[in-house]
Structures are given as structure tokens and as C-alpha cells.
Write a protein that binds this ligand. Structure first.
Ligand code: HAM
Length: 419
């Protein structure tokens, strides 16, 4: 016998029981997005590799080692499975001049691909909802995005998701800071780990959020980015904080929060849960005012975030809300000459009225069909035998509550099923 083939490591099946949670999550998220006036955009899973190199940054983990990229020989192109959605969203906005008649609030959803080491909460194919507000410059829209998130956590029944907030200023402010940070790190070379050394001249800011205690000590005595911010950056941050306070949103300023993608400026934030172990960030985002120009478009301010579905669904389950169950209202069993046609049309008729109806398939004795009816979770079994067929009737048997089986006219079945 040939060997069975298994799913690719880090790319998971979502089996039907689990998928029930996904459907519930997606329905809630999409209703929430609609309430805030965000419109859906659907973007390809594959883009030119150059898009991500330019948007996310050459010296990031994602671009350096996590992208699924290949050369398409037929078209002589370098292509990549998207590791995130912001780059595609901005590319599409430029390509289709989406901002020609003003700013846009957009959302997208779907799988993203990163070749990371799989562990609980971290996968190679994972799913995001991304929310992007394109063309808005003020802190009011940053606040809107954050307030929205807080509302969603409430809606999903999640507690203990905390907000970390920071500002990373303008590119010019960061450049000045970066020079001083590098000087500081160079003075403590012997205490830096391989990662920090490697990033010293490519992406030294990432060293700020190193998890290595020795590196953290070096970082603790480093100059602070906040001291390099000019008036405009400070005013933006103050404006945001004021709006969050007015909205009753609690946050912690984390001066070491820099995020793993290079396109950010000013506001950055992450929502974190301590219930998920090492991979506790359920949502991350910030402002990226330079990205339109960086991708060759007309400059436009922008801000957004993305959340990880796998992590949020794990939290939702953990919060103990009732598992989504949608059993059929009726399960149709039948036995005898000519009953299958009668049963089929009965089931169709009821579905047209909006009932969830499962029609027995696969034959078997009456007894085994009734066992299947019961196992399906259906509220009623609808039984069609030769007697019922001749009389133009159906036997209705309650499966979930006490009550006698009764024979009724076919035209009255819907009435018997109730709602
Ligand atoms: P990100 O922080 O790379 O940001 O990803 C956002 C969220 O996706 C994370 O907080 C996490 O919940 C989830 N996530 C990321 N990688 C994995 C993984 N390997 N397995 C499971 N979940 C994962 C972005 O992607 C930006 N595009 C967010 C953004 C939108 N910024 C502005 N607009």
C-alpha cells in the first residue's frame, strides 16, 4: 500500500467542529466591520516579490527568511505568497486610484504565509483580518481603529486583552535616533547576541524588543526614542492618547514596541493576551504614512492593523462561550417503494421555507436510519413509509423532547416543525 500524504507542516486543516467556531468568529467580525463603515477588498495571494521587499523592508525577519518565494520561469517573474496584506492593499489602492475621490476605509481577510518555526499560535499558513484606513492623517482615525478593536474583544467575549502603544516618530527623527542607538550598542558589543549584532547596521531598532535579558540590559541604558521626537510627532501622540482616554481605553506605553515591519511611522500598537503563551499578540498595527510614496504612488497618509484569527479563536474558545451548534431542524427517513421521491420533494419544500433539513442517504434499515437521525442532533425525524406515501402524510417524531410520534398531512409539516 502506498504511504498516506499529510498536510504540510505549519499548515492546518480546520475540521468541521472547529470550523463552527471559525464561522461564528467570521460572522461577528464582518458584522462589526460593517457597523464601522469599512468596505471589503479582495486581494491576490500571490504578488511580485519586490512588493514585499519594498514595503516590509529588506532587513526584516519576514523578508530575510520567512517568505515563500519562487521564480516563475514561464513569465520570468519573482513571485511570493503574501506574508501580510497591507502591501497588497496599498498596491491595489495605487493601481486602481482608489483614493481619487477621497479616503477609504477597507478590510480584507484570508490566509497569509510565513516560513516561521511552527509552534502553538504560530503557523506557516495563518489567517488575518486586516483593516486599513487610507488617506486619513489625524490621530482621530488611529483612535477609531483602537476603539474598534476594544469593541470587538467585548463582542467576542474576551477579557484580558491589553493594549500596548508607542510612537516611533518620523523617518527623520528615527534616523537621528538610530545613529545614537548604534553608537550605544557598539559600546556594548560583547553583550549583544548574534541577532543584535547582525542587525546592528541593518535594523538596529529591532534590538529594542529583544527577548534576551543581557541585550535588554544594554537596551535599558540606551537613549530613548521619545527624546528624539519633534513637536508634530508629539502632538499626534498626545492627540491619540487624549482620544483613547476620553473613550475609556486603557493602554500601556511600551517604549520598546517597534513592530516587525519597516513601513510604520508615528503610532504603533499591539493587543496582547497572556493566555496564549509565547505567541500572545492577537492584533498589531500602526500608521504607515510613507508607504504609498515608497510603492510609487501619490503620497497619502494611512493607518491600520491586522489580527490573527487562529489566536483570537483560541481565546474565544477559552472564554467558554457556548460552542456554536446548528443542528438540523429535521432529518428525513424513508422506507418502501416510491418513498424516496416523496421524501426528496418534502425535504426540498421545507428547505425552500428556510428550514435546515438533512435527508437520509446511504440506505439501511429503518432502525439504523433513526439512529442517524438522532445522532444528527435534529429536533424532529420526519418519517415517510408506504402508508404515509399513500395517504399523502408524514410521521413527525420529536427527538429532543418527550412527545408522541404523530401522522399529519404533508401540507402541515412546516407548521409542526415550528421555528
Ligand atoms: P503582524 O504583526 O505581522 O502585522 O501580524 C498581525 C497579526 O497576525 C499578529 O498580531 C498575529 O496575531 C497574527 N500572526 C502573524 N504571524 C502569525 C503566524 N505565523 N501564525 C499565526 N498568527 C500570526 C501585519 O501583518 C501588518 N500587515 C498589520 C497592519 C495592517 N499594519 C497596518 N495595517
Amino acid at each position: 500500500m502506498s504511504q498516506t500524504i499529510q498536510a504540510v507542516r505549519g499548515m492546518n486543516d480546520v475540521l468541521p467542529d472547529e470550523a463552527g467556531w471559525w464561522l461564528e468568529f467570521e460572522a461577528k467580525v464582518e458584522a462589526w466591520l460593517e457597523r464601522y463603515g469599512y468596505r471589503n477588498i479582495r486581494l491576490p495571494l500571490v504578488e511580485h516579490t519586490q512588493l514585499f521587499r519594498r514595503a516590509i523592508g529588506e532587513a526584516t525577519d519576514i523578508v530575510e527568511k520567512e517568505m515563500y518565494s519562487w521564480r516563475d520561469e514561464l513569465n520570468d517573474e519573482e513571485l511570493t505568497l503574501r506574508p501580510e496584506g497591507t502591501a497588497s492593499c496599498v498596491r491595489a489602492a495605487i493601481e486602481h486610484s482608489l483614493l481619487h475621490d477621497g479616503p477609504k476605509r477597507l478590510w480584507y481577510a484570508g490566509p497569509m504565509y510565513r516560513h516561521e518555526r511552527p509552534q502553538k499560535g504560530r503557523y506557516r499558513q495563518f489567517h488575518q483580518y486586516g483593516v486599513e484606513a487610507l488617506g486619513y492623517a489625524g490621530p482621530d482615525i488611529d483612535a477609531e481603529l483602537i476603539v474598534m478593536c476594544a469593541a470587538l474583544w467585548r463582542e467576542l467575549g474576551l477579557q484580558d486583552v491589553r493594549l500596548e502603544l508607542n510612537t516611533i516618530g518620523s523617518p527623520a527623527e528615527r534616523a537621528r535616533y538610530r545613529a545614537d542607538l548604534v553608537r550605544h550598542l557598539e559600546q556594548h558589543l560583547e553583550r549583544l547576541d548574534a541577532d543584535a549584532k547582525r542587525r546592528l547596521h541593518t535594523n538596529p531598532l529591532r534590538t529594542l524588543d529583544s527577548k534576551n535579558p543581557m541585550v535588554q540590559e544594554v537596551v535599558a541604558s540606551a537613549p530613548a526614542l521619545a527624546d528624539y521626537l519633534g513637536e508634530a510627532s508629539l502632538a499626534h501622540f498626545e492627540g491619540l492618547k487624549r482620544l483613547l482616554e476620553a473613550a475609556g481605553i486603557r493602554y500601556a506605553i511600551n517604549p520598546r514596541l517597534v513592530r516587525g515591519l519597516d513601513y510604520y511611522n508615528l503610532t504603533v500598537f499591539e493587543w496582547i493576551s497572556d493566555r496564549l503563551g509565547a505567541q500572545g499578540t492577537v492584533c498589531g498595527g500602526g500608521r504607515y504614512d510613507g508607504l504609498f510614496a515608497q510603492l510609487g504612488g501619490k503620497p497619502a497618509p494611512a493607518t491600520g492593523f491586522a489580527m490573527g484569527n487562529e489566536r483570537l479563536i483560541a481565546l474565544m474558545r477559552d472564554a467558554g462561550s457556548a460552542p456554536p451548534a446548528k443542528p438540523p431542524r429535521a432529518y428525513v427517513v424513508f422506507q418502501g417503494e416510491g418513498t424516496i421521491e416523496y421524501a426528496l420533494s418534502l425535504a426540498e419544500e421545507l428547505r425552500r421555507l428556510g428550514y435546515r433539513v438533512v435527508q437520509h442517504a446511504g440506505g439501511g434499515s429503518f432502525k439504523s436510519q433513526m439512529r442517524k437521525a438522532d445522532a444528527s442532533g435534529a429536533v424532529y425525524a420526519l418519517i415517510v413509509g408506504e402508508d404515509e406515501l399513500r395517504a399523502g402524510e408524514v410521521s413527525v417524531k420529536p427527538l429532543r423532547e418527550p412527545g408522541e410520534q404523530r401522522r399529519i398531512a404533508r401540507g402541515r409539516v412546516a407548521e409542526a416543525l415550528g421555528d
